[in-house]
Design a protein around this ligand. Structure first.
Ligand SMILES: [Zn+2]
Length: 71
C-alpha cells in the first residue's frame, strides 16, 4: 500500500517522504506527512485558540492516531 500526503503529495517510502509519484495502479491511502500534519495542527490550533473546545482536542487526537498507524 502506498501512503501519500494529501496536502503536498509526497509519498511515504522506506521511512522517508519523497517526491516520487505513486506507482501506477498502486493502492494509495492518504494522510499527512509530518510537515503538513504540523501545519494542519497549527492551523487548527490558531483557528480554535480563542474558543478551544473538547471537539478540537478530539480532532487533533484522531489526526495524531492516524499518523501513528501509518508510520
Ligand atoms: Zn505533506
Amino acid at each position: 500500500m502506498t501512503v501519500q500526503c494529501c496536502k503536498c503529495k509526497k509519498v511515504h517510502e522506506e521511512g522517508e517522504w519523497t517526491e516520487n509519484p505513486p506507482a501506477k495502479g498502486a493502492h494509495v491511502t492518504h494522510t499527512y506527512c509530518p510537515v503538513c500534519a504540523e501545519a494542519c495542527y497549527m492551523e487548527l490550533f490558531s483557528e480554535q485558540a480563542s474558543r478551544t473546545t473538547w471537539k478540537t482536542a478530539q480532532i487533533v487526537s484522531q489526526l495524531m492516531d492516524s499518523l501513528d498507524r501509518s508510520a
